[in-house]
Structures are given as structure tokens and as C-alpha cells.
Design a protein around this ligand. Structure first.
Ligand code: SAM
Ligand code: SF4
Length: 332
């Protein structure tokens, strides 16, 4: 294994992180992601099996991709998801296995996922008010998500727990201080993510992006913040409250793109490799895998695709085209 070259793109970026969507299905219908009526789901046999995922993660890990994040759709709706997590945690070379979830099934699954070896959790919560949570996710599920978070918080191995909130102008402004107070009074790091043009409803418009800077200024005016030095390849800018009560982060892909240090690729639920969230092209890995491609052949296919990884996203440029897939179909 040591002779295998690390995975690198044509701009000399080493690829160390993969986000894998384990299902395109979801039990929520967040406005910034899915339409109210849902999307046409993939057939079961179109989705990569546990064995295929295990092989793919092994191949990627053999090329230096040590960080694996499982996402979706909603990963916890995939049948026997904790068993999949345990399989992937045991793949040689996997150092960090994490999950992004809407939290709806955490009350049921937190213990099994921690036991399986998931060591980092991101839970999406856009509002701490029940009616507004319902408005955004189209599900009346806030109490259940908060109970799931509490169960998760009971496991020291799961800390630090991160909460993701999408910043949307016209919605998020009234959530900012309650979220900051939540981060100050609970063992959670809240991170605001700028709204990106990956929504199924194509409602995105630059004017709807509430930037990380605007949110930070609103918090700083009430609860002073100081910057925490940034780790290489970290997507979030992290700040601590100067009185020591917790941290808050900002993921600013639009106002402060971090493409220059991007070390990430993505695999969709049906096995398409995407080298950027905003890619207009993808590489099919499922067909060669099912046609009997060898490990070396698959590694070559992955290397070729990764070599062409986009230098940067072009959301802020004229003529930008939104990918056909939504965030839930890519694996955010
Ligand atoms: N269902 C899980 C969840 O919601 O956490 C995992 C998948 S979801 C696509 C992953 C993350 O993408 C979530 O934190 C969600 O808030 C974020 N997201 C979805 N659509 C987005 C958009 N248009 N802009 C920014 N973030 C988005
Ligand atoms: Fe589902 Fe996550 Fe998309 Fe919300 S953001 S609809 S929870 S996949």
C-alpha cells in the first residue's frame, strides 16, 4: 500500500477528504435543499451497496484520503446505517469517520453510531423556534431533534458536536442571537453556512445570502468574539466568545471562497465522483465497479477525474450555471 501515490489534482492540491452520500432520500424537505413534494428517489439497486462503499473507501484510503464524512440525503434513513458505519470505520487508512445528519433519528441511533466508530457529528438546526423550524424544514420536528442532540451529547466520544445552520436573508436574522446563546449554554459549536445555489426550487439569489460577516458582526455586538487561528484546509472560520463561553464558526463559501485549499471530493449515492460541489461533470464509478474493474483500474479512473478538479467555483461570476443536482442529490 505504501507504494501507491497520493491522490493529487492538476493544481497540486492533495485530496484527503471524501464526502459520501449514502442515500438521496430524506425525511425533511428543507427549503434551501428539496422541494416540498420530494424528488424522484433512486431505485435501491442504483445505490451503492455496503460492499461497494467499503471497497471504494478502501481504494480512496489507499491513495491518502483518510477523512470520510457520510451524508445524504439523510444518512440515518439508510437501512442498517450503523452497520455501514462500523464497516467503514474498520477500513485500513480511515482516520476520521464523521456524519452530517438532520438529527431526526439521532435519539434512536446515536449510541449505535458512536459504538460503530463515528467520532464527529454535524447536526443541522436552522431555528430554535418550533414554528420557524417547521417553516424551514417543512417538518414539525424541533423537539425530537433537540432530544436526539441531548442523547448524543451524553457520549464524550462524540464531542465536539457541531450544529449547522444555513444563513438565509429574510429568515435567519432573528435566529442569530438565540443560536449564539445556544452555543454559549450548550457543549455545541454552532456554525453558520452561507446559502448556496444548490436548492431544488431554484429560489437562490445573491440577495438571499446572509454572509458570515454580517452574522458575526451581529453576534459580536452583543457577545464579543475573538478569532481562533485557522487550521489548514479548515472550511470554517472559528471564533470564541471572549468570556470563554463556547465557540461559533462561519463557513463562507461565497463571500470568502476557500477553493485554494480544497482537499475534498464527493461521491453521490449512485457512485458518481464529483470533484466540486458545483461540478457540471461527474465520473461514474459504479458501472466499472459492477463490470469487474480491478482496484488499479478504478484508482486510475479516480486519479484521472481528480486531476481535472475545478480550480474554483464560479458562483460569483457572470454566466454561472447551477448544477442539475440539488444539495441532497450531491451529498452536502
Ligand atoms: N440531511 C443531512 C443534513 O441536513 O444535515 C445531511 C445532508 S445535507 C444536504 C448537508 C448540509 O448541507 C446540511 O447542513 C444542510 O443545511 C446543508 N445545505 C443543504 N442545502 C444547502 C444550500 N442550498 N446552501 C447551503 N447549505 C445547504
Ligand atoms: Fe434533507 Fe438535509 Fe436536504 Fe434538509 S438539508 S432536505 S435534511 S438532505
Amino acid at each position: 500500500m505504501s507504494k501507491i501515490e497520493p491522490l493529487r489534482d492538476g493544481h497540486s492540491r492533495l485530496i484527503r477528504d471524501v464526502r459520501i452520500s449514502v442515500t438521496d432520500r430524506c425525511n425533511f424537505r428543507c427549503q434551501y435543499c428539496m422541494p416540498a413534494e420530494g424528488l424522484p428517489w433512486l431505485e435501491r439497486d442504483e445505490v451503492l451497496s455496503f460492499e461497494e462503499l467499503e471497497r471504494l473507501v478502501g481504494l480512496l484510503a489507499s491513495m491518502g484520503v483518510h477523512d470520510v464524512r457520510l451524508t445524504g440525503g439523510e444518512p440515518l434513513v439508510r437501512r442498517e446505517f450503523p452497520r455501514l458505519a462500523a464497516l467503514l470505520a474498520a477500513v485500513p487508512g480511515v482516520r476520521d469517520l464523521s456524519v452530517t445528519t438532520n438529527g431526526f433519528l439521532l435519539e434512536r441511533d446515536a449510541a449505535a453510531l458512536v459504538e460503530a466508530g463515528i467520532n464527529r457529528f454535524n447536526v443541522s438546526v436552522d431555528s430554535l423556534q418550533r414554528d420557524r423550524f417547521f417553516e424551514m424544514t417543512r417538518r414539525d420536528a424541533l423537539p425530537r431533534v433537540l432530544r436526539g442532540l441531548e442523547v448524543l451529547a451524553g457520549f464524550p466520544e462524540a464531542h465536539p458536536i457541531k450544529i449547522n445552520a444555513v444563513g438565509m436573508r429574510g429568515f435567519t436574522e432573528t435566529e442569530i442571537l438565540p443560536m449564539a446563546e445556544f452555543a454559549r449554554s450548550h457543549p455545541y459549536e454552532v456554525r453558520f453556512i452561507e446559502f448556496m445555489p444548490l436548492d431544488a426550487d431554484h429560489a437562490w439569489d445573491p440577495s438571499l445570502v446572509l454572509t458570515g460577516d454580517e452574522i458575526r458582526a451581529a453576534i459580536h455586538a452583543v457577545y464579543p468574539l475573538e478569532a481562533v487561528p485557522r487550521e489548514p484546509s479548515a472550511t470554517a472560520r472559528v471564533y470564541r466568545f471572549t468570556d470563554g463561553k463556547g465557540k461559533i464558526g462561519f463557513i463562507n463559501p461565497l463571500s470568502e471562497p476557500f477553493c485554494g485549499d480544497c482537499d475534498r471530493i464527493r461521491v453521490t449515492a449512485e457512485g458518481k465522483l464529483r470533484t466540486c460541489l458545483f461540478s457540471l461533470h461527474e465520473t461514474d464509478l459504479r458501472t466499472p465497479m459492477r463490470a469487474g474493474a480491478s482496484d488499479d483500474e478504478l484508482r486510475e479512473t479516480i486519479r484521472d477525474a481528480v486531476w481535472r478538479k475545478e480550480l474554483k467555483h464560479r458562483v460569483n461570476e457572470p454566466g454561472y450555471r447551477q448544477p442539475q443536482r440539488t444539495m441532497s442529490q450531491i451529498g452536502g
